[in-house]
Design a protein. Structure first.
Lengths: 108, 115
């Protein structure tokens, strides 16, 4: 079955740039999405269709894709960005949605 | 502003059927893709399947034989049924809707399967 691979954890100091990669063979052809989840809450969409920000999401959140790797970029990470982040995409057929395993971002 | 309300049984015995309902308030029901997602305690998100207003569905191949997703546009509701549950189906279950950059989640329903 199709998989998206993320590192379990990333750590940065406040004000630094955090980069969270997501690897998947179909990413060159399928859109990627990124969700932020804080403890005890439902996830929140922060990036859709590779690099678009939903209304209300701070400009410090961006994303890029190079080959089979999509990367969430948080420029000038803040303490409130401390959360779990999940990438999402579809398998090559487009018939199945898939989440990455999630990355715990620590900002301190 | 679109909001989702979800409900269903929170405690099940092994082999029973999980049934959840998600009701959509506000917005245009027909514009969205509606999805079910679950999250076991302390673990990551798992995509279960999705449906659109025409009833076209896609589901997780690992669950296809047990999962049914359906919709009732007259009630602005969509549904998840998962039969023959076991302890491994214990999770927080979320309904979610997406339309052109707008994403909305239900509050989640914790379902525990235990004998």
């Amino acid at each position: 079955s199709y998989e998206l691979t993320q590192p379990p954890s990333v750590s940065v100091s406040p004000g630094q740039t955090a980069r969270i990669p997501c690897s998947g063979d179909a990413l060159p052809k399928k859109y990627s999405y990124w969700f932020q989840q804080k403890s005890g809450l439902a996830p929140v969409l922060v990036i859709y269709e590779d690099n678009k920000r939903p209304s209300g999401i701070p400009e410090r959140f961006s994303a890029s894709t190079s080959g089979t790797v999509a990367t969430l970029i948080i420029t000038g990470a803040q303490v409130e960005d401390d959360a779990d982040y999940y990438c999402y995409s579809t398998d090559p057929s487009g018939n199945q949605g898939v989440f990455g395993g999630g990355t715990k971002l620590t900002v301190l | 502003q679109v909001q989702l309300q979800q409900w269903g049984a929170g405690e099940l015995r092994p082999s029973e059927t999980l049934s959840l309902t998600c009701e959509v308030h506000g917005g245009s029901f027909k514009d969205f893709y509606w999805t079910w997602i679950r999250q076991p305690p302390g673990k990551g998100l798992e995509w279960l399947g999705e449906i659109n207003h025409t009833g076209e569905t896609k589901s997780n191949p690992s669950l296809t034989s047990r999962v049914t997703i359906s919709i009732d546009t007259s009630k602005n509701q969509f549904y998840l049924k998962l039969n023959s549950v076991s302890a491994s189906d214990t999770a927080m279950y979320y309904c979610e809707g997406f339309d052109d950059g707008f994403d909305v989640w239900g509050p989640g329903t914790m379902v525990t399967v235990s004998s």
